[in-house]
Design a protein around this ligand. Structure first.
Ligand SMILES: [Zn+2]
Length: 162
């Protein structure tokens, strides 16, 4: 039963079935800051275990790129649908506790896979969108994918928030 973990994932690029979860976080160390990451496999039941941990040497602007893209996209939507309420902004206050970043990648080809959480505020289990048991509208998006999921109409309705 569990020989295609997790959730029936098959990478459309390389055909792999395994996924890795990575968490990246920043530590303020005096005037400098350090980035660390830990990672491990995502299991068939959507739990994950971090098996490795290391300091990230290249302190590139991992806060910068996504922000630029996000704001570009925000301007784009505003220009094209000025009257639509932007309900996805309701997620914003919860998007940066601890400034941690989570990534899900194909364990074989390292392609980044979008994913969400079974509970709000990055709680519960991790559900990559390419798993067969991913159900749009029932999964809470990883904050980095809010814009993308908003575009795909995958976001939960705000009134479903417990
Ligand atoms: Zn792959």
């Amino acid at each position: 039963m569990n020989d295609t973990p997790p959730g029936g994932f098959t990478c459309k690029t390389c055909g792999g079935h395994k996924l890795n979860v990575t968490r990246v976080w920043k530590i303020l160390a005096g005037p400098d800051s350090e980035s660390w990451q830990e990672w491990g496999p995502l299991e068939a039941d959507h739990h994950w275990r971090f098996k490795f941990k290391e300091k990230v040497e290249a302190e590139n602007d991992w806060e910068g790129d996504d922000e630029v893209q996000r704001w570009d996209f925000a301007e784009y939507t505003k220009n094209n649908s000025s009257s639509k309420p932007e309900e996805y902004e309701i997620f914003e206050p919860e998007s940066n506790p601890g400034n941690d970043r989570f990534y899900v990648n194909c364990a074989n080809c390292d392609r980044e896979i979008e994913f969400g959480w079974s509970q709000p505020n990055r709680g519960g289990l991790i559900f990559p969108v390419e798993c067969s048991d991913f159900i749009p509208g029932e999964i809470w998006p990883e904050p980095r994918y809010l814009d993308s999921w908003h575009q795909k109409h995958w976001l939960r309705k705000a009134d479903n928030q417990p």
